[in-house]
Design a protein around this ligand. Sequence first.
Ligand SMILES: Nc1ncnc2c1ncn2[C@@H]1O[C@H](COP(=O)(O)OP(=O)(O)OP(=O)(O)O)[C@@H](O)[C@H]1O
Ligand SMILES: [Mg+2]
Length: 288
Amino acid sequence: MSQPTAAHQDAFLTVEGLVVDYPTPAGPVRAVDHVAFSVPRGGSLAVVGESGCGKSTLARAIVRLLKPASGRIVLDGTDLATLTERRLRPLRRRVQMVFQDPYGSLDPHLTAEEIVAEPLRLAGVKDKAERHRRAGELLDRVGLPSSALHRRPAEFSGGQRQRIGIARALASEPDLLVCDEATSALDVSVQAQVLDLLRELQTETGITYIVIAHHLGVVREISTDIVVLKAGRVVESGPTAAVLASPTDPYTRALRRAALDPTAIRGLKPRAAAAPTAAALSSEGTGT
Ligand SMILES: Nc1ncnc2c1ncn2[C@@H]1O[C@H](COP(=O)(O)OP(=O)(O)OP(=O)(O)O)[C@@H](O)[C@H]1O
Ligand SMILES: [Mg+2]
């Protein structure tokens, strides 16, 4: 197993010993079990693992929709894990999440413009016209036409709804964006467009990502680092190219085999890969 500890000296986010339990009538169920990793500023960490391994729970704990039982979530020097709601409030803007279900996470009664304008209001943009102008800009930024402004979630396709979710998350100009299977429900060409958008935004703004995905093509395209979870624990972690080049865990090996699948999104090389492993992986991954 590779080192699951805080390896990046310049880490923007460091998670240490994170434990999240769900209360159930039969007693607490441990969904995240002493998870540790770190992400450098402007990096992208992929969190992968089979269904039920704790990915969404981890994501919700990081954005503090859930309170961890123990452990640390240090964002730019501040431990979010133990902060009270009052002290979290000013930090909430900086950490946003795009949810797994692009439909269920949007208020069906609001227009796209209102959905995106709401976080601007919460961030203190008092002028309504200004909020709406900025919402329009954000929807344009994620590639939605101005005709989208006054439509409600039911009138959009899955990919468009996902874009609204991303625009809403970006409205508060977060430093960290957690995307929970943000592209999984989309067809491959739309996934590729959303990934392009995320990468473009990262180049422009230096935003840090945590991307939960189960499609290896997504993982390879978006991530600099990877964490593999199994039953709530980290079974493998490290730079994406290195982990995928010599996986030790059976799940990661299966992921790597999937890399040989010619349907893998666009067969691009992993990002920020060490030269030898990148070369090895790209020649395998593209099937050449
Ligand atoms: N509200 C809850 N109450 C009790 N147990 C829960 C609750 N939500 C999730 N769990 C359990 O916690 C574990 C982790 O769930 P989680 O949703 O984080 O998995 P996941 O990796 O996101 O799965 P998927 O890939 O299917 O989205 C699972 O065993 C799940 O049954
Ligand atoms: Mg999930």
